[in-house]
Design a protein around this ligand. Sequence first.
Ligand SMILES: [Zn+2]
Length: 107
Amino acid sequence: MPSASATPWDGLPDSDLTPAQALVARAHREAYDARHAPLEGEAAFFNAYGRDACPRCGSPDVVRDGHDARGVRRWLCRSCRRSFTPMTGTIFEGCFASIGFEPLRHE
Ligand SMILES: [Zn+2]
């Protein structure tokens, strides 16, 4: 399966594209990049919210399961075998881009 950011014109130099193809490819790339911007400091903010129970089934039998591509911690529920993040079940669920939040820094 091709990447979600793929267009039919990937790998071709812009000079080989019609103006319309170049416009669509550029707009698609920019929209993809904007929606998948790294969370940076926000990942640490979300990771500070530890989970002690599965937000889907309520089981306390959860284990840490690495991080996703944005650096947000993943958890695995050993009861229902589903994974979740600190955002699952909150208003931030399904939020793939930065929310524009800068964590407080103490100097
Ligand atoms: Zn569960």
